[in-house]
Write a protein that binds this ligand. Structure first.
Ligand code: AMP
Length: 116
């Protein structure tokens, strides 16, 4: 499995720094965002290091991408059956600050549109 030693999410995957884990298997980890923007704010990450969605889309098998979205849907629905939001920021212009692919799952409050 690829691992980037300076990547904070790789360190979380490997248990080198703590996180509030919700679910884990060989391919994916779900944990709580340390600075939540909604009553429920989860991050869904692949366990292997992939910088962003574009890289993942070209390098990963389709089922790997599907698995991340399936997890986002499972925990989003669970937290907020009336609706939730899944966000992926790619690149600095979109606000990406951690360069290990992650799906934000935001739930538990009304969401405005369009996002800022
Ligand atoms: P983004 O700006 O899309 O790259 O999102 C990165 C997210 O990672 C932000 O919402 C941060 O609050 C979150 N984050 C950064 N460090 C940690 C950490 N150690 N544990 C949990 N979430 C983190």
């Amino acid at each position: 499995m690829s691992f980037e030693p300076t990547c904070i999410f790789c360190k979380i995957v490997r248990g080198e720094i703590p996180a509030a884990e919700v679910a884990r298997d060989a391919d994916a980890l779900v944990f709580r965002d340390v600075n939540p923007k909604a009553p429920t704010h989860l991050l869904v990450v692949p366990t292997r290091h992939v910088t962003n969605l574009g890289d993942f889309a070209t390098k990963a098998e389709p089922h790997e991408i599907g698995k991340l979205f399936a997890l986002a849907a499972k925990y989003g629905r669970e937290a907020s059956p009336g609706g939730y939001r899944v966000v992926v920021n790619e690149g600095a212009d979109a606000g990406q600050t951690v360069f290990h692919l992650h799906l934000h799952v935001l739930a538990g409050r009304p969401m405005r549109w369009p996002p800022g």
